[in-house]
Design a protein around this ligand. Structure first.
Ligand code: OXD
Ligand code: MN
Length: 601
């Protein structure tokens, strides 16, 4: 196997912070014996360590230094062109029985899978450095916080983990010396980045993840999709909390009244944009702040849901990000950012489709080839990414480090739907809201390999991320509802509805504040709504559309319920539930019947 990640040799005082927990030491020893690295690098998260790793990564062309004046302390990484997105078809949940993984996951028998993966890992780190990355997910003093260790042979992974998690000594401290303490074991090796030897496997019962053959973020930053969502959702059910694919934002009125909202959208549907929304001038005095842009861990306290963002940074889709679409993201990624698969300009700046200003006359595209505006290829890959520390965000919420989390007033589900689904509506109650989440669908994006633009059901935006049987996951949602005396209201939104001319009806981005304001009005019991078969719908005058350039017809189209389209939608809900093979809880089947009946009234 070609060595694509040659070993590095740190000077004394770097790479030698060994944990003291014997269980961790035993596990590292076991993986070391298997993978046979040249040396072991124990990460501590220090600045010195970071500088050393960056210098070595530059030497090995893992990173390209960007223009220090334009994007200080920032770097570009190019992944292998065969490895640019999450690959769901080689992502497995390895539970003792297939039934535990359920109908929506790829299942693989644990013992066989360990033995296949150990075969691939045998000697895989020869001539390489094995990094041991300790990290925590969650604010340091939160009861929800989890400790993880990721072993990897990729410097890019170590540098990304430093941005995306609270990494290093903080985790060793949190874990302590109890050999029985709970912590996640993550093993990653690039192998030779061969799509045929690429597997992302989760062993929820063992709190273990093994990912081989990829170097792309979502497959290899094991803290994120693998631990915080797949293993996280499994642990959450077992331990009575929730791990969700949700952003968390704060909305504060000019009078200083604040609500927190969690929102689930499938990958690359604008979660980061929504979490960093800047209200339009008309909403002078309103403030939106970001707690998280991708993942929410929530627990029940005093009959309410409280959420923390387990992450420490944002791993966002770059193309389309601009001062127009998301000024806070632009400010966040202007320094201290690790870019993947964007284009490089002749003055070592970064460029992507949808960035402000004119395209450069010449650039190097994400594959490393010459590019000009006449090129047929995209300069940046559609799933090119930034990894940036959340502290770069000018709109970061002050409560982001609060261990107790923030109280959630509303949950919003949303997808990318050209038709059928109105701009916004509200569920009648918790179980109806669970139904909205369970039946949500979205047109697929470049965030995962496969066809783009195909409508697929993506319950709670968790289809690729639920680490156990989806029927049990629905049941967990229903059970959580029973424990909530003050449940969040649940809404569904769709920013992507199109008119007869094929153009988006809603301007989106900052103007989504108008929808958010209605959501807050409903939480405050001041917002008006009309009862419709699908839920509570705002009438045009319930939404604040002042100073917005939109005509009546577009508003009517955005809020309209087309009975023919909904008959098709209802049939699709049934097909989807049927496809799950009898795991859907009775409560949700009943919700569907009630929805059908409301359309007949
Ligand atoms: C992500 C995703 O990277 O959902 O957040 O794919
Ligand atoms: Mn995501």
């Amino acid at each position: 196997m070609k060595n694509i990640a040659p070993a590095i040799f740190p000077p004394n005082g770097i790479g030698d912070t060994k944990p003291t927990n014997q269980a961790v030491l035993d596990w590292v020893h076991e993986i070391g014996k298997l993978t046979k690295p040249e040396n072991i690098f124990w990460c501590d998260g220090s600045e010195r360590e970071n500088e050393f790793l960056i210098a070595e990564s530059l030497k090995q062309n893992v990173l390209i230094k960007l223009n220090e004046k334009k994007v200080p302390r920032s770097y570009l990484h190019r992944s292998n062109p065969n490895d640019v997105a999450r690959v769901e078809k080689v992502t497995f949940i390895c539970t003792p029985t297939k039934e535990e993984a359920g109908p929506t996951n790829n299942w693989s028998e644990p013992a066989d899978t360990y033995s296949k993966l150990y075969g691939l890992l045998n000697g895989a780190m020869r001539g390489r450095t094995m990094f041991v990355v300790p990290y925590i997910m969650g604010p340091p003093d939160s009861p929800l916080t989890k400790v993880g260790f990721e072993i990897t042979d990729s410097k890019y992974v170590v540098l990304s983990m430093r941005i995306m998690t609270r990494m290093g000594k903080i985790a060793l401290k949190r874990l302590g010396n109890d050999p029985k303490a709970e912590w996640n074991r993550g093993v990653h090796s690039l192998l030779d980045v061969d799509p045929d030897r690429r597997f992302i496997c989760h062993f929820p019962q063992d709190n273990t993840i093994i990912s081989v053959g990829s170097g792309y973020g979502g497959n290899v930053l094991l803290s994120k999709k693998c631990l915080a969502l797949r293993i996280g959702s499994y642990l959450a059910r077992k331990q009575g909390w929730m791990a969700e694919h949700m952003l968390i934002l704060g909305v504060e009125s000019p009078e200083g009244k604040k609500h927190y909202v969690a929102a689930a959208f499938p990958s690359a549907c604008g979660k980061t944009n929504f979490a960093m929304l800047i209200p339009p001038a008309h909403f002078n005095g309103w403030k939106v702040t970001t707690v998280g842009d991708d993942i929410a861990w929530m627990e029940i306290r005093d009959g309410r849901l409280f959420a923390v963002n387990p992450e420490n940074g944002y791993f966002g889709v770059v193309p389309g990000t601009s001062y127009k679409s998301n000024p806070n993201a632009m400010k966040s990624i202007e320094h201290d950012t690790l870019y993947t698969n964007v284009a490089l300009t002749d003055d070592a700046d970064v460029w992507w489709e949808g960035k402000d200003g004119e395209p450069p006359k010449h650039a190097i595209d994400w594959r490393g080839n010459d590019w000009t505006p006449d090129s047929k290829e995209k300069a940046a890959h559609p799933n090119s990414r930034f990894a940036t520390p959340m502290r770069n965000n000018p709109a970061l919420d002050a409560a982001v480090e609060k261990g107790e989390g923030v109280p959630i007033s509303a949950i919003i589900f949303g997808g990318r739907r050209s038709d059928t689904v109105p701009l916004v509506y509200e569920a009648f109650d918790w179980n109806h809201g669970v139904y909205l989440g369970a039946t949500m669908a979205s047109e697929t994006t470049a965030a995962a390999t496969g066809a783009v633009g195909k409508v697929r059901r993506d319950p709670m935006a968790m289809l690729p991320f639920c680490g156990y049987n989806i029927g049990d996951y629905f049941r967990h949602w229903i059970d959580v509802g029973k424990r909530l005396t003050n449940p969040p209201l649940i809404f569904n939104v769709n920013w992507f509805r199109k008119g007869a001319n094929g153009k988006f009806l809603w301007p989106g981005f900052g103007e989504n504040m108008r929808v958010l304001k209605w959501v807050i009005d409903r939480c405050e019991r001041t917002g008006g709504a009309l009862k419709s078969p699908v839920g509570w719908l705002p009438s045009p005058h319930d939404l604040d559309l002042e100073e917005l350039d939109i005509d009546h017809k577009s508003v009517a189209d955005l809020l309209g319920i087309d009975h023919e389209e909904w008959q098709k939608e209802l049939a699709e809900h049934k097909t989807f539930f049927d496809s799950l093979g009898g795991v859907v809880p009775e409560e949700l089947l009943k919700q569907r019947e009630q929805l059908v009946a409301r359309f007949k009234q």
